[in-house]
Write a protein that binds this ligand. Structure first.
Ligand code: SF4
Length: 217
């Protein structure tokens, strides 16, 4: 059998799970808040923090900049590392307003420039920057995370630690389509949580027939 292509995995996952409707947020700004708060914590903790920000009317880029840092810290405490994250949120929002004037303006700029500018900010790594570009900006940057590395290493791809190498591998081998990028990353997360865990549950995994590491075979 020919080696399966990256799109083969997408097709199987999509037909197994259906659309994931990612990212779970009502606005691009909420995506950004979530992308920064989700670093080193689980989504449940992020949801609590976002709910607090919502109920205090603080899901607004200017409000985040103007609010006292201590108050912001309290609102996002559930997300862990809250002092650091409050600083990162305020820095990010200040950067957008100072450099671009608004989020909308930012996403109309040259995409490589936005990405580089974001990566220069403290605490914004590749995964966070690309999540923001893809899910908040609707721009074609494939998001790589630890789940992606784990699954595709097991499946049989040569996946090294270099973020850009893996991103390029995906971007070269799947159609440049924001909808597919969004869906594919969401499907990877779903698979990693349900089956391809640290200890994989290969028996019922939808990829078991084409995965090199299927521990059932
Ligand atoms: S078959 Fe096993 S190792 Fe392969 S993707 Fe599924 S859970 Fe992971």
């Amino acid at each position: 059998m020919a080696k399966p292509e990256l799109m083969d995995f997408y097709v199987i996952l999509f037909s197994h799970y259906g659309p994931r409707h990612w990212w779970p947020a009502e606005t691009p700004f909420e995506v950004i808040i979530g992308a920064i708060l989700t670093q080193n914590t689980n989504w449940k903790n992020v949801e609590k923090a976002i709910d607090n920000l919502k109920s205090e009317g603080c899901l607004d880029i200017r409000k985040i900049v103007e609010i006292r840092k201590e108050r912001l810290e309290e609102m996002i405490r559930s997300s862990g590392f809250y002092k650091q994250k409050a600083e990162r949120l305020q820095n990010f929002c200040r950067f957008v307003l100072n450099e671009y004037g608004s989020l909308e303006e930012m996403f109309h700029e040259n995409t490589d420039k936005i990405r580089k500018d974001m990566l220069d900010l403290k605490g914004i790594g590749h995964e966070t920057a690309d999540s923001i570009l893809l899910y908040a900006g609707g721009l074609p940057f494939f998001v790589i995370d630890e789940y992606t590395r784990r699954i595709f290493r097991r499946i049989g791809f040569r996946v090294n630690e270099n973020y850009e190498d893996i991103r390029k591998l995906f971007e070269k081998n799947i159609p440049k389509d924001v909808g597919i990028y969004k869906e594919y990353h969401a499907l990877i997360v779903e698979l990693a949580k349900e089956f391809c865990r640290k200890k994989p549950l290969c028996f019922d995994c939808p990829l078991r027939n084409i995965c090199k590491n299927n521990s059932v075979v």
